[in-house]
Write a protein that binds this ligand. Structure first.
Ligand code: DLL
Length: 434
C-alpha cells in the first residue's frame, strides 16, 4: 500500500518541476523573512530572481551547524514567533543544542512524511504501535507518534527507560509494530527471550532509526522476533524521523523529495557530485515554514539513486550510510560529541585533559566507558577521595551528555599522549558496513 500515490510515484520530470517551483518560492521567502539568509545571499551577490529552478541550486549558500549556532535559538525562523507551535532540539558540537521550530503546517507535513514511511513498511489503520523512542526535545517520540496517528494506528507512547513495562504491554495489548532505535529493539528482543515470552508477541513490524545499523543487525532482529524491520532516517534540523525510509525491497531509503531536496556533495570542495557517487548528503527543505533551510549539510556520508524502485515509488533512494564527516557518536540513540565530554571533564578540579571514550555493544546495548587521568595526589590520598571523584565525574558527564557512563580514573601518563591528533574515541561497535 502507498499512503500518497500521487506524490510518491510522480515521474522524475514532475518531481523536478515541482521542486523547481518550490525552490524559487522558498528562496524568495527566506530572502525576505530571514535576515541571516538575506545577508549571506547579498554577500554572494545573489538575489532571489537569480534562482530559476533546481539547476541553480548550486549557486545558493550552504547552511551548517555553525550557522544554527550563530542564530541560536530562533534566529533562522521565517515566521513571527506567534506562528510557531513546537520546538525540538538535539546535541551540537560545542554544547549549544541544534534547535528546530515548527508551525502547525510543518507538524502536519511531518506527520504525513512519517505516515508515508509507516505505510511503506506495511502498517495501516488497525495496527497497534509502541513508540519506544524518547519523547521530549528529541524528535523520535513525537515524530513517530504523530505519523502513526495520521494513518489511524493505535499508539502506545512508551518512550524509553522501562523495558519490562514495554514487553508486558507489547504482549497484553497485542502490539503489531514498534518504533525504536535498532539497538534498543535488539535489547527488547533479548528481554523477551529471557522472559520466555518470544512466542507470546503479535509483533509484525519494527521501524528503526536514529542511529546507523547494518544488514546483519536487521537479519538478527528479524529472525529473533519473526518480524520485518525497516530503516527510517531523519534529523532534528530538517524535521526529525521520516525524511526517508526503506520499502520491502531494502534498496535504499526513499527520501520525500517533494518536501526535501537532496544533493550529494564532495565534503571538501563543496561541489555537487553526480548520481551514484558517495559524498555528504545536503538537504534543502522545500516546504518548511518555521525554519526553512537552504542546502543544509547533514554531515552524513552516502550516495543517491534515482531510478524507479520495484515498489513503484520514484522518490530517490539514500544508500546505506558510510559514516559522518564529523566525530559525532550515537550512543543508545543519543548524539554525543567528544568535545562535550572534554569540556565537562575540564570543569572538575583535579581532572586532566587526557581522556579516552570506549564505546562498545554488550548484550546488544551500547556501553560507554570514559577513562580519564587525574592528578597524582588522588592516588596518594585515601581511597574515599578517589571514589568521590569518580562519582562526581559520572554525575557531571550525565548532566552534560545525558548518558550514564562507566568512569575509570587512571594515574597520570597511563593513556596514550600523542604528538599529533590525539585519539579520544575507540568505537568497537562496527556500525557502518564496507
Ligand atoms: O535521530 C531523528 C530520528 C529519530 C531519526 C527517530 C529516525 C528515528 P537527531 O538526533 O538530530 O535526529 O540525529 C540525526 O542521526 O544526521 C544521522 O547521523 C543519524 N541517523 C538518524 N537516522 C539514521 C539512520 C534523529 N536510519 C543524526 N541510519 C543523523 C543512520 C541515522 N544514521
Amino acid at each position: 500500500m502507498i499512503w500518497n500515490e500521487t506524490k510518491e510515484c510522480m515521474e522524475r520530470s514532475e518531481i523536478e518541476n515541482m521542486q523547481s517551483k518550490r525552490l524559487v518560492k522558498l528562496v524568495d521567502r527566506v530572502y525576505h523573512n530571514v535576515p541571516y539568509y538575506r545577508k549571506k545571499m547579498q554577500e554572494m551577490g545573489l538575489e532571489p530572481h537569480d534562482i530559476h529552478g533546481i539547476e541553480d541550486l548550486h549557486k545558493l549558500p550552504f547552511t551548517t551547524y555553525e550557522d544554527l549556532n550563530n542564530c541560536y535559538p530562533f534566529g533562522l525562523r521565517a515566521v513571527p514567533m506567534e506562528d510557531l507551535v513546537r520546538v525540538h532540539a538535539s546535541s551540537g558540537t560545542t554544547g549549544k543544542p541544534k534547535v528546530a521550530v515548527y508551525t502547525r503546517r510543518d507538524i502536519s507535513i511531518w506527520a504525513e512524511c512519517v505516515a508515508r514511511c509507516l505505510t511503506m513498511a506495511g502498517l495501516s489503520k488497525g495496527d497497534i504501535m509502541q513508540v519506544g523512542y524518547g519523547y521530549g526535545l528529541f524528535t523520535g517520540g513525537l515524530g513517530a507518534h504523530y505519523g502513526a496517528e495520521e494513518i489511524g494506528a493505535l499508539v502506545l507512547p512508551m518512550s524509553t527507560g522501562n523495558t519490562k513495562k514495554l514487553t508486558t504491554l507489547m504482549i497484553d495489548c497485542e502490539a503489531t509494530a514498534i518504533a525504536c532505535t535498532p539497538s534498543y529493539l535488539l535489547h527488547v528482543a533479548e528481554t523477551l527471550r529471557d522472559e520466555g515470552n518470544l512466542d507470546k508477541i503479535k509483533l509484525k513490524y519494527a521501524i528503526c532509526g536514529a542511529e546507523p545499523w547494518t544488514d546483519n543487525m536487521r537479519d538478527q532482529v528479524e529472525k529473533m522476533l519473526n518480524i520485518k524491520a525497516f530503516d527510517i532516517y531523519g534529523l532534528t534540523e530538517i524535521c526529525g524521523p521520516g525524511v526517508a525510509s526503506d520499502c520491502e525491497h531494502h534498496k535504499g531509503l526513499h527520501i520525500w523529495e517533494d518536501h526535501f531536496l537532496p544533493e550529494i556533495i564532495d565534503p571538501v570542495t563543496g561541489q555537487q557530485l553526480p548520481e551514484g557517487e558517495s559524498g555528504e548528503l545536503v538537504i534543502t527543505t522545500l516546504t518548511k515554514e518555521g525554519m526553512p533551510l537552504l542546502r543544509y549539510r547533514t554531515k552524513d556520508l552516502t550516495s543517491l539513486k534515482k531510478d524507479k524502485c520495484s515498489c513503484g515509488r520514484t522518490m530517490a533512494r539514500i544508500q546505506r550510510f558510510k559514516g559522518r564527516t564529523d566525530d559525532m557518536l550515537i550512543i543508545r540513540g543519543v548524539n554525543v560529541f567528544p568535545s562535550q565530554v572534554e569540556s565537562a571533564l575540564l570543569t572538575i578540579d583535579g581532572i586532566t585533559p587526557h581522556y579516552m571514550m570506549i564505546v562498545d555493544r554488550v548484550d546488544n546495548e551500547d556501553t560507554l566507558e570514559v577513562q580519564v587521568e587525574v592528578e597524582e595526589r588522588f592516588f596518594s590520598d585515601e581511597i574515599k577521595q578517589l571514589e568521590n571523584l569518580t562519582k562526581k565525574v559520572a554525575a557531571t558527564l550525565r548532566t552534560a551528555i545525558g548518558l550514564n557512563a562507566k568512569v575509570k580514573l587512571v594515574e597520570p601518563n597511563t593513556l596514550e599522549h600523542s604528538q599529533g591528533k590525539t585519539k579520544h574515541v575507540t568505537d568497537n561497535r562496527k556500525l557502518y558496513e564496507g
